[in-house]
Design a binder for this molecule. Sequence first.
Ligand SMILES: [Zn+2]
Length: 192
Amino acid sequence: MNIEQIKEEVCNAGKRLLKEGLVARTWGNVSIKVNDTQMVITPSGRPYDELTPNEMVLVDFHTLKFDGNIKPSSELKLHCEVYKTRPHIKAVIHTHQMYASIVAAAQKDVMVLNEEHQKILGAKIIKAAPYALPNTKKITVETARAIEQSNAALMSNHGVVCIGEDLEKTFEVARTLEHACALFIESKKKSA
Ligand SMILES: [Zn+2]
């Protein structure tokens, strides 16, 4: 795929996040890795239903430098840190999706109860990175650490990050994480 095609894919993914109910308006972001140094990411503060491919931003994930005048997502650093930590990953989705955010608000790790979910999420426990202010070095480093051995991590009091070998798999991780978190919440209610 060339850069233009990747920009189109990221743009469509942004709209799809909205459609699938994984984000509200602009509260989430998605990126695809282009090569060993660059990624394409959704822009900062634009409503997803109005996105166009030429608003997607090409960023060097080692230097954070970006092409053009459009600012990349404010949660850019999180994506950069994840690509540096997990070199085989091709796509990153960050959302504030509902059930995962409820668990993230409790600052708890998620026990993945369903075996099928464990396979897709790549772990039996999805870790919650300790709370830190958005866009700080601390939150990016802590989140990258929490996702070292799974395909998803929670960010306490904030949201989630999901990763995959391609965009499709990353969407599947995000959806599965919602189911896993809903089950986890149910199981806690029953044991309470
Ligand atoms: Zn966020």
